[in-house]
Design a binder for this molecule. Structure first.
Ligand SMILES: NC(=O)C1=CN([C@@H]2O[C@H](COP(=O)(O)OP(=O)(O)OC[C@H]3O[C@@H](n4cnc5c(N)ncnc54)[C@H](O)[C@@H]3O)[C@@H](O)[C@H]2O)C=CC1
Ligand SMILES: O=C([O-])CC(=O)C(=O)O
Length: 354
């Protein structure tokens, strides 16, 4: 008995207060906790909005990622339940839960990657921009936490409208003097995931073999699939190009309507976000040749933010790749996309600078 108490006292000196509370409630100290705290290779990742539709599945997928050594799950509701549940998975990441604004700073301290799916989703008949009034304030508050507690973390921003929330985050970081344009990435990976799926259906091939660059932004006409640059090289009829462009641009609305008031894409989004986070972590580890599409501060067009292929590395989005050759249809799409994007970006910037 005494020896066991001594062992727990020794271990607890390395533990987080929430782990100690768990022990006090009688849970067993897990050896994996001790190993991870002993410096197992891996990254510390926080998910803000972890109890939501995207957040829960994303937490599950990241608990399965061997590159993650510590996983912090923050939400304003239900994060203790999600944390208890996910922490029973027999994978190495140590999971800790944080509930409500007073615990935001603890959730963020020391993180390498912060993923933000916090905020309200669309209902049928709404545009992503209709979420601005609520989600802008949520993103602002969470990003202020990042400036205080992990200003060097890579940030994956999922909350809509991404075309405005990324500029909001950038302004918050600028105001605090911590803005590193390479570290702020709006997550547009779901557009690529959808494009790969729909193109593979048309071509009758395995979607895992398809790569479609999707540039611009993440709403309606700002989502611009570059079907002339699909890999493996292929050609489409103009009917197929119209069908594919429309389906990719409206993939989110397709799910919102099918869910009929119960929210927007959560499962495919968690899948896309987990793939994107994995790419960011492999970049941070120093792997070469990691290229993903993301909405970032950019000079690819005259707009201050734009989604395009970026090369991920130790510093985040280390290189923004050029758009490549566009055909006439894509050039026309680009002009439409830029017009709408410009307004959404201004709206985000003004929210902080007004
Ligand atoms: N970038 C993209 O491709 C996509 C973005 N989204 C967006 O992701 C966001 C989340 O979607 P869902 O998970 O379906 O919504 P949800 O409502 O199921 O979950 C959102 C979670 O955020 C939490 N939350 C609210 N305020 C918070 C705060 N201040 N701090 C921390 N957590 C807070 C809620 O408690 C909830 O658990 C929406 O804005 C949605 O439009 C959704 C799909 C794709
Ligand atoms: O459509 C929505 O509101 C959610 C979203 O961004 C997507 O599924 O692409």
């Amino acid at each position: 008995m005494e020896e066991a108490a001594h062992r727990i006292a020794m271990i607890s000196s390395h533990l987080h207060p929430s782990d100690i509370q768990q022990m006090e409630r009688g849970s067993v100290v897990r050896r994996s906790d001790c190993r991870a705290k002993g410096g197992a290779p891996g990254f510390k990742v926080a998910i803000l909005g972890a109890a939501g539709g995207i957040g829960q599945s994303l937490s599950l997928l990241l608990k399965m990622n061997p590159l993650v050594s510590v996983l912090h799950l923050y939400d304003v509701v239900n994060s203790p339940g999600v944390t208890a549940d996910i922490s029973h998975m027999d994978t190495t990441a140590v999971v800790r839960g944080f509930l409500g604004q007073p615990q935001l700073d603890s959730a963020l301290t020391g993180m390498d990657l912060v993923i933000i799916p916090a905020g309200v989703p669309r209902k049928p008949g709404m545009s992503r921009d209709d979420l601005f009034n609520i989600n802008a304030g949520i993103v602002k508050t969470l990003c202020e936490g990042i400036t205080r507690c992990c200003p060097h973390a890579v940030v994956n921003l999922i909350s809509n409208p991404v075309n405005s929330t990324v500029p909001i985050a950038a302004e918050v970081f600028k105001k605090a003097g911590t803005f590193d344009p390479k570290k702020l990435l709006g997550v547009t990976k779901l557009d690529v995931v959808r494009a790969n799926t729909f193109v593979a259906e048309v071509l009758g091939i395995d979607p895992r073999e398809v790569e479609v660059p999707v540039v611009g932004g993440h709403a309606g006409v700002t989502i611009l699939p570059l079907l002339s640059q699909v890999k493996p090289p292929c050609s489409f009829t103009s009917e197929e190009i119209h069908y594919l462009t429309d389906r990719i641009q409206n993939g989110g609305t397709e799910v919102v309507e099918a869910k009929a008031g119960a929210g927007s894409a959560t499962l495919s989004m968690a899948f896309a976000a987990a793939k994107f986070a994995d790419a960011c972590l492999r970049g941070l580890r120093g792997d070469a040749g990691i290229v993903e599409c993301a909405f970032v501060a950019s000079q690819v067009t005259e707009l201050p933010f734009f989604a395009s292929k970026v090369r991920l590395g130790r510093g985040g989005a280390e290189e923004i790749l050029p758009l490549g050759l566009l055909n006439e249809y894509e050039r026309a799409g680009l002009e439409k996309a830029k017009k709408e994007l410009s307004e959404s970006i201004k709206k985000g910037v003004t929210f902080i600078t007004k």
